[in-house]
Design a binder for this molecule. Sequence first.
Ligand SMILES: NC(=O)c1ccc[n+]([C@@H]2O[C@H](COP(=O)([O-])OP(=O)(O)OC[C@H]3O[C@@H](n4cnc5c(N)ncnc54)[C@H](O)[C@@H]3O)[C@@H](O)[C@H]2O)c1
Length: 353
Amino acid sequence: MHILITGGAGFVGSNLALYVKQNYNNYEITVLDNLKRRGSELNIPRLKAAGINFIHGDIRNSEDFEQINNDVDYLIEASAEPSVMAGVGSSPKYLINTNLNGTIKCLYFAKERKAKVIFLSTSRVYPVEPLNNCSYNETETRFTFTNHQSFPGISADGVSEQFPLDGYRTLYGTTKLASELMLPEFLQTYSVPYIINRCGVLTGPWQMGKVDQGVAVLWMAAHFWKKQLSYIGFEGSGKQVRDILHIHDLCLLLDEQIHHFDEFSGSIFNVGGGFQNAISLKELTSVCSDITGNNIEIKEDKKQREGDIRIYVTDNSKIYKNTSWRPVRSVRETMQEIYEWIQQNEAQLKNIL
Ligand SMILES: NC(=O)c1ccc[n+]([C@@H]2O[C@H](COP(=O)([O-])OP(=O)(O)OC[C@H]3O[C@@H](n4cnc5c(N)ncnc54)[C@H](O)[C@@H]3O)[C@@H](O)[C@H]2O)c1
């Protein structure tokens, strides 16, 4: 078994590579990454120490794939410019060339080597305005979806795969959706089988959290080093909500998908922490203060950020129906693990987080 993970030095890719190697020592794992994300370089010694092949390559260049000699059974596409702010006030070229054109190069490579593809897509394929127009309640600490909605695919449990796709969704979300659309075409025309996972917020150790991506790590790091944060948009209330999935829980699902691929082949799944792991920023502040013992200043910045969403919670019903997989780590456990990871790697992480 040979698995290629593109973007394999990044947060998801490196955690997955190490998870698979630890559990299936005889598998060959190759990761290809151009190290665009600051902090991904910290994963290279960890990957190499585990016996994982590292290729410094770019999915935008077909020639870089030529460094991969052996047959490939699975290609897990985990490379991306993953920021929802990418292209806002800056050129979108890198975003489009990586998240769309680069993914297509991955598909050509999968075709050539007859590899099966697992594509890490995003909840950001769902459009901004319909999500923000959903009916919601406001409590002391968070916004919640109500059960009375005028759209399909939305309930108090969250957003399902039936949610309408019309409307703008950020450039990031659009590049991911455009790549999703290529997958059935590559299946039909070139027999490249695929699974699509539309992931909500993923987090855990080795996520190089920054203000536009990786909010849970950003929040914990700011508490750890007593830095300042802001509640941006939504009247500066901090009541915006996301569900959080621990990376190890995602690895358990990908393990099942790799080893029972045919059961999932050709499907799209929403994948996230789900309703029980939904939390607002305000509530996340309490968890971080509690774990670190630090209270920090959090500014209220009422200016709405382009493309921001009031509530996103994953309705996992479809993936639950198709698997025995369930997220097992609570938000509190996840945040505790992030705290311990920062504590243990403080010197390395100080200049990155
Ligand atoms: N982290 C999340 O919350 C989340 C949520 C939904 C979907 N996703 C998706 O999961 C995947 C992994 O995201 P992540 O959180 O690990 O991000 P990440 O930034 O940590 O990892 C992405 C990796 O891709 C590499 N990369 C970027 N451009 C490249 C290129 N042109 N060629 C080769 N490598 C390149 C980066 O250096 C980085 O190591 C992405 O496709 C992302 O869209 C992530």
